[in-house]
Design a protein around this ligand. Sequence first.
Ligand SMILES: [Zn+2]
Length: 327
Amino acid sequence: MTPHSPMQVGAIKTRVLILLIALIVCGVAGTVILSHFMKADRKPAAVTATQPAAPRADLPPGVQSAALTLETTHYVIVSNATPEQTALVARAVESLYDAYTTFFRNEIALAPRPPKLKLMLFKDQAEFKAHNTSQPWAEAFYRVPWSYAYYDAAAKNPYHWMLHEATHQLRNEVAHFPKVKWIDEGIATYFSTSRIRDGKLIPGDVDPDTYPIWHLRGLALTGDLQGDIRKGRIIPLHDLMADTGPPVGQNVNLYYIEYWSLTHFLLHYGDGRYASLFKRLAASGDATRDGLVGIEPMESLQLKWFEYLQQAASKNMEVFRVRARPS
Ligand SMILES: [Zn+2]
């Protein structure tokens, strides 16, 4: 039979009959399947509405489940990253703990058996963003008693966001220093941008693959401090310290570059001539503009810092290499 051959009348009737039977069978089956799904849809909705999942005491607020929990000497890490990624972050925060408590050994009285510090490690940025209750631009945050961050598998330094928050956590829960914004952020960026070599964090040895260091090249400074202030390329130090500068939301990166560079400057400039005073000010919480007047007049301090920042911005990172010292 070719496609155009006329059909017999009997054959046509048979085909129509088969088609009708097929339509009836499909209709019945479709109704049964649809009613099944409708029932299935209704059932869990009712369960969810009447029995919300109870928050688990071992998880941070807002987190429903975790793939694993890893305990180290000083930390409890709840994680949705892989075991290997979690172990890497664990080693990084333990090296931070050692570096931080050694750095402030004259200012901190360590408790004999302190409770472990709590970290929540999300598996990636998307999972973190879905749980971010901090600023929309945040990549990590600390909310007592938890530090929240994610593992950035695409980054050369995948743990520095966690180091940043864990440094805030150390100030609050281990050092018990008063919170002064510029110095709290300055010290957090100072430690989180430091390299870890052979398992040891070396304070001030700058890793260029960290925030905010990777934004230094975008500063476009002219060398004229007052001109750069007028153009909004620099926030004056007295505004930075008093928190009276332009809105943070529109100037996040500039703020963090200045927090970091001022702290690095105060700890390393002139072979660390300001370092011990700065540490004492950090511990006392008097690291305000007035607290720093004891170092030298603000105007000359600002000029030296500006020069230091320009060196960093001109990519001459060699000036920020710090050798490991015996602790
Ligand atoms: Zn911070």
